[in-house]
Design a protein around this ligand. Structure first.
Ligand code: GAR
Length: 186
């Protein structure tokens, strides 16, 4: 998993019994990093300032995940865009969770704020396959979340998180089935 934030999706997957073999972060003080240390999940600490470019950071992340035999990369609150060396190494095996019904409110880390400001009646959560088109790869699962009268960024974020805890495990299951099929063909 690649993460930069609170780490609640990571916690949810661990509590549901998913085998998280390694976590990489660009923010060693984030909640996901603290959680990984506490659970003794191998943690790759890759702050951008220690690398000369995004590609060099991604080569280090690629090598870290390969060492740990990662089969599927899950971006959960990861706030960097993967570059070519990483995308090439894990092509078709990276998924991302995003707190909106993509393609609405894509492209940043402020989808919940954007949804509130837009005056829309609903938003949601999406899990999609990561390609070089940011937040635009093939969609695996989506769940709509209504925006209620009086919602704040915090209350809406909490309900979107609850949707995320439901759809990310479903999306991982879909990917596991897909990858198992592809490895048994020819
Ligand atoms: C999640 O809501 C995820 O959808 C969002 O960051 C949050 C991380 O929460 N990701 C993005 O906005 C990606 N553009 P968590 O650290 O508690 O799992």
């Amino acid at each position: 998993m690649a993460a930069s934030g609170v780490g609640s999706n990571l916690r949810n997957l661990v509590e549901r019994g998913f085998n998280i073999v390694a976590v990489a972060t660009n923010r060693p003080s984030c909640g996901a990093a603290t959680f990984s240390r506490g659970r003794r999940i191998p943690l790759g600490e890759l702050p951008q300032k220690t690398f000369g470019s995004a590609e060099l950071r991604d080569i280090a992340m690629r090598d870290f995940f390969m060492r740990h035999r990662v089969e599927l990369v899950v971006d959960a609150g990861y706030d960097r865009v993967h570059t070519k060396p990483f995308l090439d190494a894990f092509e078709g095996r990276i998924i991302n969770i995003h707190p909106s019904l993509l393609p609405e409110f894509g492209g940043g880390m402020d989808a919940v704020e954007q949804a509130i400001e837009s005056g829309a009646k609903a938003t949601g959560a999406t899990v999609h396959v990561v390609t070089d088109a940011v937040d635009a790869g093939p969609i695996l699962v989506q769940e709509a979340v209504p925006i209620l009268e009086g919602d704040t960024v915090e209350t809406l974020r909490q309900r979107i998180h609850e949707a995320e805890y439901r759809i990310l495990p479903v999306a991982i299951g879909l990917m596991e089935a897909k990858l198992a099929n592809s490895s048994t063909v020819g």
